[in-house]
Every structure is written in C-alpha cells, then in structure tokens.
Ligand binder design. Sequence first.
Ligand SMILES: [Zn+2]
Length: 391
Amino acid sequence: MISREELRKLASFECRHPGELAISFYFKPTTAHDKSHREEAIVAKDVIRKTMQELQLNGRNREALNDLERILQLAERLHGNQARAKAVFACSTSGIWHEFDLPTVAASTKLYVNRRFHLKPLVPVFSEYPRLWVALVDRQRARFLDIQFEQFREHGVLMNPVPRHGRSDGYAGYDAGHSERHEENDFRRHYQLVAEFLKSGAEKKQFEALVIGCHDVNWPELQGQLHPYVQKKLLGHFSADFNTLTDAQAKQEAERILQESLQRHHENLIREAIEGAKSNGLGVTGLRRVLRATEMGEVETLLMAADYTARAVECTACGHMDSHMVPYCPLCGRATRQLNDVCEALVPAAIKNSIGMVLLPRDETLDRVGNIAAILRFRADRNTNQLLAAS
Ligand SMILES: [Zn+2]
C-alpha cells in the first residue's frame, strides 16, 4: 500500500529531459462473476498496446517503450484469484519504478503517459480509507478490531470477568441489593478501562476513525465514559451482541457507518465551500478562483467531481496555472504549455502542498458551481485589506 510520503515523492516528479515520459498504470480487477481473471489481463494488455500505438513512440522514447513492455509483462501475470487493484508508476530515464497494491479505487484499467504521474485515482485512498477501529463491547469484555484498506485484524482484547459478589454463596436473597451495586461498579470500571484503551489508541494515532458495536442498553453508559478526543473520532455505533456477532458482520457494519459518515461529511464540505464563496468567506468555486486560491496558499481542501477535467495552461517558467488558454504567462511573460486536463498539474501541486483533496460523485449542486470548489484556510485579500484598514 502507498504511504503519504511515497505519494508526495511521486507528486514532486516532473519530466525534464526530451523524450522522457512519466507512465502511470492503474489495473482494476473485475468483480462480475462471468468475467474470468484471464479476461482482466487481456483488457490491461489491450490498453497498453493501444497507447503504444497511439503515442507512436520511436527510438527517442526507447526507455518509455521499455517501461511499457515491462508493464505489459506485469499485466500478463495479473490473473488468478489473488489479482488485486494495482498501480504502477514508471520513468526509467529517472530510474523510477513503483508498484502498489490498492483498495479498489481505480474506476477502470487505464494507462496515462504524460509529463507527470497521474495521481487523481489515489486521492480516495487518503480521503476515504481512514485507519478504522471497531470496538466490540459488552459489560465484561471488549475486542478492538483494526481495519485498514481491505485488511482486517484484531488489535486487542480486554477481559474483565466480573467477580460474582456473594451470588453463589447461598446468601443471594439476603445480599442481593448489595451485590447489584458491586456489579454496577464493576461494569463502570470495565467501561472506564475500555475508554482508557481507546484514548491511548487515539493518542498513539493507532486509528483515525472509530465505530463501536454494543448492546443499545449499554451504549449511553459507555458513551458517557469516552474521552472528548475519542468522541471526535467516533463515526457512530451499531447494536451488536458480543457472543453472536462475527468479525465479517462487524466489518460490514463498520463500513456501512463509515460510508454514511463520509457522505454526510462530503455534503457538509460542499455546502461549506459554496456558502463561503457566496459570502466572500472561506470558500471559492469554479476553476479560475480555485487556481488563484491554490497559488495564494489559501486552500485547505480541494473538492471536485471524481470525473472532473478541464483544459488549462501552465507557465513553463513559474508554474502558474491559468484557466484562460493564454500563450504567455500573465505573471512572468514566459511561454505557457497546454494541459489537456488541469488535474495533471493541479493534483500533484495540491499533494506537494499538503492540501486536502476530496473527489465527489457528480450532482446538481456541484454541477452548478463548475464541478470544482475549495475550502480556504484564510483569504489573502481580506487580510491585506484588514491590514490596510488598520494602518
Ligand atoms: Zn510564469
């Protein structure tokens, strides 16, 4: 799996030499039952062969041809049950060859050949797959499951067998009220231990998001013990019986809650960006304003439709991106180069500058604002105006 650091390195790469090409290959295994894995490899090989023909690569691109041959060989091996989604980034002129297994984020098997690596399909890997813990809790026991990408393992277990205060000693009738109070204290103590375990996990950054499975009757008391820092990471809880719930069911419930939570989160983000733009606050919409805000260092989170593309230009000297197809850079006057898709330059720029990025399904709201928007950390012009007003 790819790390943020590896992603940043890929985003920083740009071809500088004549004939040099950055090749990005995404392989998506099909899930339909009637498609054999063999067929997936054939699709992959077709995509590669077609690109080789289209590009009419010649002797000048010998190294790129070698990279494509190597990807073709890899595609031939991509069959059998173990076939997972995969990404390959290659530029042998600069000694780059990286293969990554991915959660199934790529929309389809595709090959991109450009000046920079095509990184947009990797955006959801970081925005939609938080390291997730599922805590399964009853009044005496707790299990902590760790889900990252499609991997799933048990992180820890807490067992607090409650001592049977006086229950079995024949004085049950006499001592009942007393032992119940004892038990209540023991249960509370157990929830405190669970809460402590979660707090420690959150502080050690062992998880970014949390889902809790427990009986509904126990939920209020358990929730009451959770540290505010843990509460912030809590996506939701589901009703579960500790004894009968399987790990597979726990994973399924957690993923359902994660999806619902992501959808709400995305709806809030787009609303925030649009309202911010309308009020001249901390939001902008449309490519021109988004590019400007990105260059000003104002952007906190970039939002775009998953299939967003737009033509633009970038300056060959200062890197300025412009939504107007101008031949010369309005900032430094040097020649610009055309970008068939602004994302080829914008996505790496965002990754390099640690800007958050979220890809959204297309909808009417997003469509009305040009399918691209951003949430800002600050507005440079406002600060300048405030400074002017103050002086
Ligand atoms: Zn320029």
